[in-house]
Design a protein around this ligand. Structure first.
Ligand code: GLU
Length: 554
């Protein structure tokens, strides 16, 4: 019989603290009843995806809606995947989306009494808990090499038994202390394994706040707790950290469901209170008639960088994600058009337990809506910020004359039914570039149903009747008169009743003018466009269009 205390000291000679010491150092938090403590625990790989944001939104809402704490822990146990600047990227990214951390790694550095918040800096804590498990006979060193493990796997295969390190296959589970000492003095590396007393023929029950009651076979694997460099596996670190950081709600991806029984067992062996668990569904994408997981390799829209690069407004992305997260959000939004999204009461039980379908068209729609509610000043600021980084040339034109630009951005804004032309900041150049000569592309053709001589007549006559001080009614009346003079119906209803009596309608005249001044068949309303462009530009563009038509085939 191994003396566990002796073994614990042998394996962890430098560990002089106890689990009780850390229990005292990190006492239960002094928060109001019902306040939730949540965290995100990303690895600093430099890659943040939309699923991370999705989960973080759940964490942030649960914490901040309840007067709790939302903290950032960095899971940097895998040095190979670590990327410089990744932590700053995480903090900045989440901040852009209005998700600010109260504790852990924050923009003000490490904040809070439950740190360190980087796993690399917590070795002593993990090892103290590990030592405690050894003392209790619940963990042991395993000196198996890769080769040894391979052999075990092969024998298991031959015997038709489950692969893994467990039960009678766990070679070092019952080593006597002399053998361990021999291995240690030979300098052999070891991992620390859990001594599992689980039985797979028995079941363990657990609750997930989305999925409800779950039942798993008990874990019988002697899973690795500490790797040979003394650094914990995710499983061990998760249990230790979420316990000592006093996390009340663990929100994480459903890929952790399969190892959930391991975590349950660890909490049980350590005698620690189980936090609540919320395993969030993967983001899915419609492909043909089926759905598949969004993938880093295949789907650029999986990475958060895609949204920055394409000028998605973070507020809109957040708004969209909330529609995916909570089935009642859209209805709430319809009734509370102007309220801050944080006034919506997010609840876990309105979350779907199956996959979350990511729908780009829907995101675009939501974005248009969100942006349509902004005033011109806000849009101006946001587009300036985005173009400065991603389209510096357009930025120069856009910001050259702020009053002019803001006047353009004011078109169709502010009323009861604001226009919804802008979905992403990267689309602004296409939307309003024609206001700047640099980006104005004269149209090469006009609608084919119109005769060349009519287009020429419209354009040449209009030059002399256009007056920039006309109000909208006068402006439109003049176009109606012009229509009538040229054999087009001045009123749409007349045209509809008797289309054969006319060459076309006033709409055709308006279209000719729109194409001439904007170069496009779709634009904000032509009256506003002309008013903002001013007489000089309007006239010169119409004259240029006239030239093109005269020379052209139309
Ligand atoms: N580092 C883990 C991940 O990125 C964290 C999972 C968790 O939240 O517990 O998947």
């Amino acid at each position: 019989m191994t003396d566990n205390k002796y073994l614990a000291d042998l394996l962890f000679p430098d560990i002089d603290k106890t689990v009780d010491y850390f229990e005292e150092k990190y006492p239960p938090r002094n928060l109001a009843e019902g306040a939730k403590v949540t965290r995100i625990a990303p690895s600093p790989t430099g890659f943040i995806h939309i699923g991370n944001l999705f989960g973080a939104l759940v964490d942030e809402r649960l914490a901040h809606q309840s007067g709790g704490i939302f903290y950032l822990r960095i899971e940097d146990t895998d040095q190979k995947r670590k990327v410089d600047g990744a932590v700053e990227l995480i903090i900045d990214t989440f901040k852009r989306y209005g998700l600010s951390f109260d504790e852990g790694y924050t923009e003000d550095g490490g904040v809070g009494d439950y740190g360190p918040y980087r796993q690399r800096e917590r070795a002593e804590i993990y090892q103290t808990v590990a030592k405690h498990l050894v003392e209790k006979g619940l963990a042991y060193p395993c000196f198996c090499t890769e080769e040894d493990l391979d052999k075990i796997r092969k024998s298991q295969l031959e015997a038709g038994e489950n692969p893994g390190y467990y039960g009678k296959w766990a070679r070092h589970r019952d080593c006597d202390v002399e053998e361990i000492e021999r291995n240690l003095s030979a300098g052999k590396p070891f991992v620390l394994r859990l001594r599992s007393f689980g039985d797979i023929s028995k079941t363990v029950k657990a609750r997930d706040m989305i999925k409800g009651e779950l039942e798993f076979p008990e874990n019988n694997m002697d899973i690795i707790l500490l790797k040979s460099d003394g650094i914990p596996t995710y499983h061990f670190a998760h249990v230790v950290d979420d316990h000592f950081m006093r996390t009340t709600h663990v929100v994480r991806g459903e890929e952790w469901l399969s190892t959930f029984p391991w975590h349950l067992q660890l909490f049980e062996y350590l005698g620690w209170k189980l936090p609540k668990f919320i395993h969030t569904a993967h983001m899915l994408k419609q492909e043909g008639t089926g759905k598949r997981k969004l993938s880093k390799r295949k789907d650029p829209e999986f990475g958060i960088e895609y949204y920055n690069k394409n000028g998605f407004e973070p507020e809109a992305v957040k708004e969209y994600l909330m529609t995916v997260l909570n089935s009642n959000f859209e209805e709430w939004r319809l009734q509370n058009k102007d309220k801050d999204i944080d006034e919506f009461k997010f609840t876990v039980n309105k979350m779907s337990s199956s996959g979350a379908l990511f729908d780009m068209d829907k995101l675009i729609d939501v974005s248009k809506n969100v942006i349509s509610k902004m005033d011109a000043e806000t849009v101006y600021e946001k587009v300036s910020e985005w173009t400065k980084q991603y389209d510096p040339e357009f930025y120069l034109y856009f910001t050259a004359n702020p009053d002019y630009t803001k006047e353009i951005l004011s078109i169709g804004r502010g009323g009861k039914k604001p226009r919804k032309d802008i979905a992403v900041w990267s689309g602004v150049k296409e939307y309003m570039g024609f206001f700047f000569d640099k980006y104005f592309v004269p149209a090469e053709s006009f609608p084919e149903n119109l005769a060349k001589e009519d287009i020429v007549a419209v354009l040449s006559k209009y030059v002399s009747i256009f007056d920039p001080v006309d109000d909208q009614n006068t402006w439109f009346d003049k176009i109606k008169v012009l229509a009538g003079d040229l054999g087009f119906a001045s009123e749409m209803k007349d045209y509809k009743q008797n289309p054969d009596a006319y060459k076309g309608s006033v709409a055709d005249i308006a279209m000719i003018l729109r194409i001439a001044v904007t170069g496009k068949t779709m634009s904000p309303d032509t009256y506003s466009v002309m008013r903002i462009l001013g007489a000089e530009k309007v006239v010169s563009r119409i004259l240029a269009a006239l030239d093109i038509v005269r020379k052209g085939e139309n």
